[in-house]
Design a protein around this ligand. Structure first.
Ligand code: ADE
Length: 262
């Protein structure tokens, strides 16, 4: 990834939001520019929108305004994305794939979106950040940019990227910091053991458990062999030693059973 270009009616939203934390640091490595679509608007009032030709309410961004802007902004390396609730869902895999492109051009539309002919002629893909409709594509663009930047090796430590939720197909295990006791709650026993193998195995069970509770759909694609390898020997030992883990292990065994049953 070398360059990200955003086209929006509110470019300041993009610039401001990218001025914090890891993403701000990324700007030293990757050039991120956001442009105001109104700069390509028509006439004295720099008009950018028009009524939909179909009966009913709704304004669209004008096809020629968006097209003129894109003609100025795209180069041979550009991969052009339109943020839209009817796009393909943004996933960790998609973010990784996009992080390998040299130049991302992101169109954040407003109103009812873009004229289909602009989509057909200029947009490589439409991406959605979820099954809800936002008032504009700017926040969605920011989500996309953040997730893509995190996948760029120069920004996060590669092992941190590896360790992230979804990267391994499961939700994250719980995290704890000092003090060891907080409002009468101790950190779990297994973390006090100092036994790395036990900690890793128990974290894996925690991951399976939370995924089973909240996102059973993710487990459908999770390879059974990975679950079984951990299941084989040490788990029965953990089960005997640790009452707290019993509930988790039951869920874990259910995961294996469901996967075996297909
Ligand atoms: N624009 C409006 N809603 C959106 C969504 N859910 N995803 C991407 N872009 C959008």
């Amino acid at each position: 990834m070398e360059k990200i270009t955003v086209l929006s009616l509110f470019p300041q939203m993009i610039t401001d939001a990218l001025s914090y934390g890891i993403v701000k640091r990324a700007k030293g490595i990757i050039s991120i520019n956001s442009h105001n679509l109104r700069d390509w608007g028509e006439g004295t009032y720099q008009k950018v929108d028009d009524l939909s030709v179909a009966p009913g309410p709704g304004m669209l961004l004008k096809a020629n305004v968006v097209a003129n802007a894109l003609k100025d902004l795209i180069d041979d390396e550009a991969h052009v994305i339109h943020m839209s609730p009817r796009g393909t869902p943004l996933t960790s895999q998609k973010a990784l794939e996009l992080s390998q492109k040299k130049h991302l051009v992101i169109v954040a539309s407003r109103y009812e979106g873009l004229d289909q002919r602009v989509i057909d002629n200029y947009i490589d893909e439409e991406i959605s950040i979820g099954d809800y409709v936002l008032s504009g594509g700017e926040l969605a663009s920011l989500v996309l940019i953040d997730s893509v930047l995190r996948m760029t090796g120069d920004i996060l430590r590669p092992d941190a990227v590896e360790d992230e939720s979804f990267q391994k197909g499961l939700l994250e295990y719980p995290h704890y910091t000092k003090p060891l006791e907080f409002e009468n709650k101790m950190i779990p026993e297994y973390l006090k053991s100092g036994n790395h193998k036990l900690i890793n195995e128990t974290r894996f069970i925690e991951q399976l458990y939370i995924t089973w509770l909240r996102r059973p759909d993710l487990l459908r694609d999770y390879p059974l062999c990975k679950v079984e390898t951990t299941h084989k020997n040490p788990l029965t030992k953990i089960k005997k030693q640790n009452d707290l883990l019993k509930k988790r292990l039951l869920a874990f065994e259910k995961v294996i059973q469901e996967k075996r049953d297909g």
